[in-house]
Write a protein of this length. Structure first.
Length: 238
């Protein structure tokens, strides 16, 4: 008997609300109707029970969130031991974020420790200013240069890129989560920036949540050396 897969799609908005927020996309191809409507900044994956999922796909999601570390912790929570995470992140060097500085790890840790649940004005302003500097953004939509309170709120609802990284910078985030937050993964595969057969603007990993046995043999002995080495060797294609 063939195995079946049940997939739940989570989004913050219903299709009609998304269409209103992104008028430049027109009616086609349209937005899928989510199975679960949730503000990921506020609720994370709270609609899902602990250790209830075999896999999570987070493609071009984490850079939009107010608290990326909190989301990594919650993804780990909902995965069963051995469950898979497909994590794909845009490379700031080759997107409209190319003029932005990387988000420092200390900034992300501060947001995690304060329990931040909303993207603040400073992040949205940085995004809007960077789009002004990016020639490709000209004419994309008329409000891109507008830094009024109303427009900042509008773009916050559109869920712009709040944080930006390249692959090495994001590895620091994963390394911190492993060392300090007990969020440890086995690296199964990696998509390096510019990999053949991809859009060329992103990087990512296929990660498996470690079992308790894995944590006992890897995480609790030399977490910085072992975890960091495994990730960085994978990033180099070793």
């Amino acid at each position: 008997m063939p195995e079946t897969v049940t997939v739940s799609y989570i989004d913050r908005w219903e299709p009609g609300e998304n269409s209103a927020l992104f008028p430049e996309l027109g009616e086609s191809p349209g937005f899928p109707k989510p199975h679960i409507v949730s503000n990921l900044d506020v609720d994370l994956l709270g609609a899902l029970p602990d250790e209830s999922q075999d896999f999570v796909i987070a493609s071009h999601i984490i850079e939009h969130l107010a608290n990326p570390l909190a989301m990594l912790v919650d993804i780990y929570r909902v995965l069963r031991p051995g469950g898979l995470l497909v994590l794909i992140v845009p490379d700031r060097h080759v997107t409209f974020d190319r003029s932005r500085p990387p988000t420092p790890l200390v900034h992300l840790v501060d947001e995690y420790e304060r329990g931040v649940r909303e993207v603040d004005d400073a992040h949205v302003k940085e995004y809007l200013v960077s789009r002004q500097l990016d020639d490709g953004a000209a004419g994309s939509y008329s409000s891109i240069h507008d830094l009024t309170v109303e427009n900042i709120a509008f773009h916050r609802r559109r869920s712009v890129h709040a944080h930006v990284w390249d692959i090495d910078e994001f590895l620091e985030l994963l390394d911190f989560a492993a060392q300090e937050l007990q969020v440890r993964w086995r690296v199964l595969d990696i998509m390096k920036p510019g990999a053949r057969g991809t859009h060329g603007i992103e990087f990512g990993w296929l990660l498996a949540r470690d079992s308790d046995e894995g944590l006992a043999t890897v995480g609790r002995q030399q977490p910085r050396a072992l975890w960091g080495r495994s990730l960085h060797r994978a990033a180099r294609g070793a």
